[in-house]
Ligand binder design. Sequence first.
Ligand code: WTA
Length: 646
Amino acid sequence: MENLFYPDREEAKNARIKNSCEYEGLVADANDDYEGYWGKLAKEKISWFQEFDEVLDESDAPFYKWFKNGKLNVSYQCIDRHLETRKNKAAIIFEGELGDQKVITYRELYYEVNKTANLLKNKFGISKGDRVVIYMPMIPETAVMMLAVARIGAIHSVVFGGFSADALRDRIIDAEAKLVVTTDGAYRRGKPYLLKPVVDEALSVGCESVEKVLVVERNGEEIHWEAGRDFAYAELVQNESPICEPEVMDSEDPLFLLYTSGSTGKPKGVQHSQAGYILHAQTTMENVFDVRENDTYWCTADVGWITGHTYIVYGPLAMGATTVMFEGVPIYPDAGRWWKMIEEYQVNQFYTAPTAIRLLHKTGAEEPKKYDLSSLRVLGTVGEPINPDAWLWYYNEIGGGKCPIVDTWWQTETGGHMVSPLPFATPIKPGSATNPLPGIFAEIIDENGERMPEGEKGLLCITKPWPSMIRTIWGDPERFKKSYFGDAKKDGKPVYFSGDGAMYDENGYIIITGRTDDVINVSGHRMGTAEIEASIGNHDNVAEVAVVGKPHSVKGESVFAYIVIKSEDNLGEDVELLKEINGIIVKEIGPIAKCDEIVIVPGLPKTRSGKIMRRILRAIVKGEAITQDTSTLEDPSVVEKIQAKF
Ligand code: WTA
């Protein structure tokens, strides 16, 4: 078809999945025998200590259990089993913000992880099931720490380094973490910044579960040391034995928690399992990025997000690939930094976010021309819909018009890719994630579970369980059920609601239209409007607030707040109020949640039962017509009064 881009036939000959027939064959296998499909993959791909005896237990749906009674260890899967054939292969290639480089082979990674695992056990008393919060920058020690925690059967919760002390504290308390691992700081935009003081502040109130803090040195800046609580990593780790037997873990034991935003103010601790998670992480690495033995793969995400977990650490290492890790920002010292790195490391697969592509297109459209990007074979995007303009620039200028772009749709909760092209088997199209992967039953349906016709918006749902799915919300199984599984059933099974709207296009491809709940997506960072509203509500002069996403040319969406103030007295300029509000947001959440614009309004549109009609507020900020009936509002005139402000 005319509007599609087809993969190069010569290149496709060497691909893992070579054409659409092979793809359709896999889809048919999964359709015919769903459990058999996943069971076969699990047997082939995982180095089991003891093989599972049942593929899928649905008796307590939606609390599904995959690969029942299987025994394994994820760090063994990611490291030990590669030692026979890949001992001297680069596991991690690291580049620091200042240009410092480090290559860690699988052999070195093995020793580092073992020593660290011993340290966690012996010095810090961490054992199976304990929670360890990792608040660290993009350095190899972060990956080492995650794998060491996994090796001893403990559960990590990585908290993104951009979160504030308050946000970090909430996550520490919710997980009842025993240990926090951090660094003195790191480098950003060429300058050192600090992380340890944030940990000190977080621990100053209410984190009774935390016994110790382990500090990895990164930039040597002066920091406070709390005697008896804080310990330096480098000094201690060298005394530990380089051999640590991996803990025997059950398929369904938790591997990690990762907090993410939902529709309410409180972040959810998304809990992932061992076997199902690592299986999907590994197989999507292989099939979606088509990574081959001698490839160098680079994902620019931060390890603090799910993309960093699955596609910088677990997926690449599980398959024995070489994964690049970069500490810094894409525009330092200039907007050519990433392209320079692609040339330097001869990167074959490059995976990034639309917001970064838009930024680099806008600030350095000519930069890619200065570098040799011919090593690239597959490009990827994730995190938000990509606009065709940015897609075409990425395709032509970065990929030289020859690299398929895999637009991967997935979520923290799905653990790995769900809807995505296979690079050499799926004709691609700007702005579409195309089809569900084999074995993934993603479908666009209406509220009653009926499939939507072409061109009509519906809800993107997953109608069968999948191995890497969220197992529960940490400490809140009821919220897990309520957040993701409504009453709708398909073939007798509860349907998983992603929270995203989508529609089928004329090719039958899936086009994601954005969230349908109160979550906004700023630069690919997922944020709950309720969390931001709670922060803004803490300003003395704010009576009521509603936050919505406003379309933004680089960030995708920006934070926009409608505010009802308590008193006009002492009210300065709007910019002053915005500054004060952002001060609170930065303290309570972090700079990523900062508000771009506010408007002071006389009231918010509410139903008679007091529910804020956000759809109206979203329409107003986008300059769209209001299609809803406003006559049933508590005060219909408020809509006009708000519109008059624009
Ligand atoms: C959005 C990130 C369009 C979507 C892996 C989803 C996307 C949310 C895409 C999850 C894509 C992710 N096209 N939208 N390719 N990928 N999204 O949990 O709204 O940080 O629900 O996981 O990002 O964000 P999360």
